[in-house]
Write a protein that binds this ligand. Structure first.
Ligand code: NI
Length: 181
C-alpha cells in the first residue's frame, strides 16, 4: 500500500526555513517586532492552505518560494547561492518576487507584478499570500493616506494576480476589506 504524500516536500520546507532563518538573522517584522521568520512561515502557511484547497500545483515550488521570497531583497544572499541550494526554478521565482532597487518606488510594484506573471502560477500565489499576511493591523504611526495607498496597492496585486488562485484571491479580498478599519 502506498502511503499518501503531502502536496509539498516536508524536507525542502525545513531546509528553506533554516536557510531563511540564518539569512534573515536578527531582522524583525515591522510593526510587531517578531523574528522575521514569523512572516515567512505565515506566508508559507497561507500558501499551504491554498495547496490543500486547490490540488494540482507544484507545492514544493510554492512553499520554498514562500519561505525564501524576501531573502534576496532583504539580505545580502547572492542569487547563485539560492540557485545552488534550491535550483533554478526557485531562484527565478525569488527574483520575480524581488523589487528592482534601481526603479523609482512608484514603478517597482508594477514591474515586479509583470515579472511574476511570466513565472508559474505558484509564484503569484506567494505574492497574494504575502500581501494577505501584511494586511494585519497597520502600525500606529501610519497616516490615513499611507493606509489608503497600501490598500490600493493590495488591490492592484489582487487585480493582476488573483486568477492564479481563487482561494488566495478571496482571502486577500477579505483582508483588504478589513484593513485599517
Ligand atoms: Ni514578504
Amino acid at each position: 500500500m502506498t502511503l499518501p504524500q503531502a502536496p509539498w516536500s516536508q524536507d525542502l520546507y525545513l531546509q528553506a526555513l533554516a536557510f531563511a532563518a540564518r539569512r534573515h538573522g536578527a531582522q524583525a517584522v515591522p510593526g510587531t517586532g517578531f523574528p522575521y521568520v514569523t512572516h515567512l512561515a505565515s506566508v508559507a502557511q497561507e500558501v499551504m492552505a491554498a495547496l490543500a484547497a486547490e490540488p494540482g500545483r507544484d507545492g514544493s515550488l510554492a512553499v520554498t518560494a514562500a519561505l525564501l521570497h524576501d531573502v534576496i531583497e532583504d539580505t545580502p544572499t547572492p542569487a547563485a547561492e539560492v540557485e545552488s541550494h534550491f535550483g533554478p526554478r526557485v531562484l527565478a521565482a525569488v527574483l520575480a518576487l524581488t523589487k528592482n532597487p534601481d526603479l523609482p518606488k512608484q514603478d517597482s510594484m508594477a514591474d515586479s507584478l509583470c515579472r511574476i506573471l511570466e513565472q508559474p502560477p505558484e509564484v503569484a500565489m506567494v505574492k497574494l499570500a504575502d500581501r494577505s499576511v501584511n494586511l494585519g493591523p497597520p502600525p500606529g504611526h501610519w497616516t490615513p493616506e499611507k493606509i489608503a495607498a497600501y490598500r490600493a496597492e493590495a488591490q492592484q496585486i489582487l487585480d493582476r494576480l488573483g486568477a492564479a488562485s481563487p482561494f488566495l484571491a478571496r482571502r486577500l479580498a477579505e483582508r483588504i476589506a478589513g484593513f485599517g478599519n
